[in-house]
Design a protein around this ligand. Structure first.
Ligand SMILES: CC1=C(CCC(=O)O)c2cc3nc(cc4[nH]c(cc5[nH]c(cc1n2)c(C)c5CCC(=O)O)c(CCC(=O)O)c4C)C(CCC(=O)O)=C3C
Ligand SMILES: [Fe+2]
Length: 369
């Protein structure tokens, strides 16, 4: 179970200032920090070059993944999905009486962090709160956002703090459980009472990156975080449905050189496995992704869906949490809590130790591979 579900209420009350108003002070803007993606065919290759710079990704893989974008007209869904989520967050902030600019900045495509920082500086902002669009801790999904934000603000009169990864929030498990319940309902229309299996899916990362994720302790790592969320989501959905859902954690989007080990099993491999175990239908539940960006559109809705069809296995993909209003509300809770920490009104329970120590390194300290 996520940490919060053990400990119940998090320390501190609602972030309400002396006048009784909800406040995001000392921050004057929110920076949505995302991966970025191409908007048109001519952007695909330059975006891919940015995303793979210095990463030892074989050219072959670069060409292959460019093909995924081309299949979707050279346009990633990520930019409009981020825009929709930002609208939901703005609306939720406004409903709590907080008016603040919410702007986008990306690691690998325009507007890049440096460009967004330029705009914020010229608008007079000095302290901004960053929110990365990844829920879990690993080099790629957490630390790299911190590093790139530090680089983009280096020497500029602007400081960006970042909200912690939120994988452990009960509201995140609840939003994923709502999506799973709906997907199981859809699958049951096809398979009736036959045995089904839930394949939770997340982005694979190199084993070395997993071993160095979070504090590096096995129970705190990227894969362990997903196992805890999967268990919580399966338990909530099982209770709601009145049936005990069987599940596995699987991975997608493996990249890198073939000899470098990444987290397994791949979702496609596991689809074949469960078919041999008498399963009559599968729900793929993408708990590793907050929106239907390219990994979901291609790796799940195109590739894994085709694998399931080849196996004659009914397959339903559960929604991502992006459009769930409980999810937007969770993000706003986290923004306001972080602001209260910055004002000294809440104990600092930040779990990301980027600024004070080693966390989410790309490989274990001392390792050379
Ligand atoms: C953990 C994780 C998330 C977090 C989950 C999340 O935030 O959702 C994530 C998100 C994303 N990854 C994305 C795209 C890409 N990731 C790549 C490469 C890689 N990802 C990695 C990991 C992750 N990636 C890793 C360890 C690599 C190898 C190179 C490296 O060490 O960095 C490559 C290069 C080609 C390839 O190798 O596949 C591309 C194009 C997009 C945009 C999608 C869109 O356009 O809609 C998004 C949101
Ligand atoms: Fe990625």
């Amino acid at each position: 179970m996520p940490r919060d579900q053990f400990e119940g209420v998090r320390p501190g009350d609602d972030p309400v200032d002396a006048a009784g108003d909800v406040s995001i002070a000392p921050y004057t803007a929110v920076l949505f920090a995302s991966y970025g993606g191409p908007d048109k065919p001519a952007d695909v290759l330059p975006f891919m070059r940015n995303a793979t710079a210095g990463k030892n990704i074989p050219d072959e893989r670069l060409v292959q993944v460019s093909g995924h974008y081309e299949l979707f007209g050279g346009r990633s869904p990520i930019n409009e999905l981020n825009a929709a989520l930002m609208d939901a967050v703005r609306a939720e902030l406004a409903s709590r009486g907080v008016e603040v600019p919410v702007v986008i900045g990306n690691r690998n495509w325009h507007p890049l962090f440096a460009e967004t920082v330029d705009g914020l500086v010229s608008d007079g902002h000095e302290r901004v709160l960053g929110l990365a669009t990844s829920a879990y801790q690993s080099y790629s999904s957490c630390r790299q956002y911190c590093e790139d934000l530090v680089r983009a603000t280096d020497g500029r009169p602007l400081r960006v703090d970042k909200v912690d990864p939120f994988w452990d929030a009960p509201e995140f498990a609840e939003a994923n459980a709502r999506a799973l319940v709906a997907a199981v309902g859809t699958l049951r229309e096809t398979v009736g009472d036959a045995p089904i299996r839930v394949l939770f899916v997340t982005h694979s990362i190199p084993i070395a990156m997993n071993e160095a994720s979070s504090t590096g302790e096995p129970a705190a790592r990227y894969d362990a975080q997903h196992l805890q969320v999967a268990e919580a989501v399966a338990a909530l959905a099982s209770r709601e449905l009145g049936e005990e859902l069987g599940w596995d954690l699987t991975y997608c989007s493996r990249s890198g050189a073939p000899h470098v080990p990444w987290l397994e099993p791949d979702v496609n491999e596991r689809l074949a496995g469960v078919q041999g175990e008498g399963v009559a239908g599968v729900v793929a539940a993408p708990i590793g992704f907050i929106s239907d960006h390219m990994e979901v559109a291609y790796d799940l809705d195109t590739e894994a869906s085709a694998t399931a069809a080849d196996l004659g296995l009914p397959y339903v993909r559960a929604a991502t949490v992006g459009p769930d209003s409980g999810f937007a509300s969770l993000l706003v809770d986290r923004l306001l809590e972080r602001a209260a920490v910055a004002r000294g009104e809440r104990p600092d329970d930040t779990i990301c130790r980027f600024s004070t120590g080693a966390c989410c390194l790309s490989r274990p300290e001392g390792a050379t591979r």
